[in-house]
Design a protein around this ligand. Structure first.
Ligand code: SIN
Length: 335
């Protein structure tokens, strides 16, 4: 009898997953926490006025004073920063995820089938876009590469973590008070309109005290987060383009999943008032070369230059999931 009850309660996460995944009938969004409409009772706005970080503008972020940050009553350690990016910033990061991050030496799911040096260039090689190959890309890994079979990181399976992404994570983690956070591994997930991501926890990192930073771009998603057991009834949260979800402390090891991708209600990467180029720079960044980076961000203000990336995100969602792997005093896994 007890066993039956256990099995039943273990289904809570799966039940919700199936409910939100369904196409016929479409799920009701009534119980989904949707920050953009009003502040739902499940969340608290904790936006704190702290001095801006001089790097925000260069990285495509608004000033800290304009950030809206929420915590969740049922999920201690979970933070949602509601789209702190400018339109120019969203374009920059979407482009990085499509043009730069799937390039070698980074790893992608396509590697088991064939070696592609530069996926973005390959799909645009001929006059006609290679839609089949475009759709094939489901993930790319950066820094310490996630091993999907063993779930164990190792030094041999490591490349340089992208400096600009490390800089972005540094700004976000400083803002939340995680002053020692170091971005060392990332999974970039690419979702099409019917894609899902099943329930899992992220526990491969040596350092489980450091938060996990998750950036969403493009189409929206229903994100489920429960507890450390699947019996815990999960909450459903709508994630929109530009949102940053941070899983720390108790939330760091909780089950989470993406049962549905939804059409975005607007396109925050196309807000023309926010496509203003960055003029000059007196910023001291930690990792990147500011001058090169100004050009990288500014070129995205040109709609023609950006049109291929726009076509992609009009039908897809991108999620960048960043972790610290090592303990504070470690610089390699073997010391
Ligand atoms: C993940 O948990 O790996 C991705 C979550 C998301 O796509 O929002």
């Amino acid at each position: 009898m007890k066993r039956n009850l256990d099995i039943k309660s273990e289904d809570n996460f799966m039940k919700r997953f199936k409910y939100y995944k369904s196409n016929k009938p479409e799920p009701s969004l009534d119980k989904v926490v949707r920050i953009q409409y009003n502040v739902p009772i499940e969340v608290n706005n904790i936006s704190n006025i702290i001095e801006d970080d001089s790097r925000t503008k260069l990285l495509g972020l608004r000033n800290f004073t304009d950030w809206k940050t929420y915590t969740f009553n049922k999920h201690s350690g979970l933070f949602l920063i509601a789209n702190p990016f400018t339109s120019l910033g969203q374009r920059l990061w979407i482009r990085k995820c499509l043009e730069d991050y799937p390039r070698k030496p980074n790893k992608t799911n396509i590697d088991i089938e064939k070696h592609i040096e530069d996926w973005w260039r390959e799909i645009h090689k001929n006059d006609e876009l290679d839609r089949k190959l475009q759709k094939k890309l489901r993930w790319t890994t950066l820094g310490y590469h996630h091993n999907w079979d063993t779930k164990v990181y190792c030094e041999k399976n490591r490349n340089v973590f992208p400096l600009e992404l490390a800089e972005l994570c540094d700004v976000v983690s400083q803002y939340l008070g995680y002053i020692h956070f170091k971005a060392q591994a990332a999974i970039v997930n690419y979702y099409h309109m019917g894609s899902t991501l099943s329930a899992h926890t992220d526990h491969s990192e040596v350092n489980l005290e450091a938060p996990l930073l998750s950036f969403s771009f493009g189409q929206s998603a229903i994100f489920l987060i429960g507890g450390q057991e699947k019996s815990y009834e999960p909450s459903a949260i709508l994630l929109n383009s530009g949102d940053i979800l941070v899983m720390s402390k108790e939330a760091r090891l909780c089950y989470h999943a993406v049962p549905k991708i939804l059409q975005a209600s607007n396109q925050p990467w196309n807000n023309y008032e926010e496509l203003i180029q960055i003029a000059d720079n007196d910023v001291k960044t930690k990792y990147i070369n500011d001058e090169t980076f100004i050009n990288e961000i500014n070129r995205n203000a040109d709609n023609k230059e950006w049109s291929q990336f726009s076509s992609y995100v009009e039908k897809s969602r991108i999620n960048v999931n960043v972790r610290q792997v090592l303990m504070e005093n470690q610089d390699r896994l073997d010391n």
